[in-house]
Design a binder for this molecule. Structure first.
Ligand SMILES: CC(C)(COP(=O)(O)OP(=O)(O)OC[C@H]1O[C@@H](n2cnc3c(N)ncnc32)[C@H](O)[C@@H]1OP(=O)(O)O)[C@@H](O)C(=O)NCCC(=O)NCCS
Length: 154
């Protein structure tokens, strides 16, 4: 793992921190602290914050769907990118989900999100389908959501 990187399990009091990181990573689609708290307080919601040199710099939020786990959000601060934070967060998820008998990781990603698509492709995700026009864009046409999955072998 990247030197100086530590993963901490998320807890409901971290909702504001997650919203802050999310807002920096997705300036056009911020999530409120209340929305984050709703996920953290819901049954099956879990995840980790990635701290680089003790500075919270990214997070992964997921929910347990019993047969599979869904990534709800994955975000890394722009200044901390390409240092393996998202890779470490995904590895933690895959390890825990695999040990719990979950069969795959699923998620949706916008077709125009080149960085995220490159990340998930490098991690071994395959495209299973799409939701046409799923993401609305201010001042532009809607963008398809791609449905991706990664099988877990235990
Ligand atoms: C996508 C995102 C989470 C990746 O986070 P990251 O910590 O920079 O990713 P990592 O450093 O762990 O990258 C692991 C590998 O993924 C691939 N990758 C990651 N970002 C990439 C990019 N911008 N272009 C091409 N490949 C990329 C590379 O193979 C990389 O390995 P390398 O750096 O050794 O070449 C980050 O860019 C981000 O927060 N984007 C905005 C929010 C977002 O789109 N989230 C996902 C929504 S579904």
């Amino acid at each position: 793992m990247t030197a100086g990187l530590a993963l901490v399990a998320v807890e409901p009091p971290m909702a504001a921190l997650l919203a802050e990181i999310h807002g920096a990573a997705f300036p056009e689609q911020p999530w409120s602290p209340e929305a984050m708290a709703g996920i953290l307080n819901s049954s099956g919601g879990f995840g980790w914050v990635a701290a680089l040199e003790a500075a919270p710099s990214g997070f992964l939020l997921a929910r347990d769907l019993v047969a599979e786990v869904e990534i709800l959000s994955l975000a890394v601060l722009p200044a901390a990118r390409r240092r393996g934070l998202a890779r470490a967060l995904l590895a933690a998820l895959a390890r825990q989900a695999g040990q719990s008998g979950r069969q795959r990781v699923i998620l949706e990603v916008a077709e125009d999100n080149a960085a995220a698509r490159a990340f998930y492709a490098a991690a071994g995700f395959a495209e299973d389908g799409r939701r046409p026009g799923y993401y609305r864009r201010a001042g532009g046409p809607p963008v398809d959501a791609l449905l991706l999955s990664l099988p877990l072998y235990t």
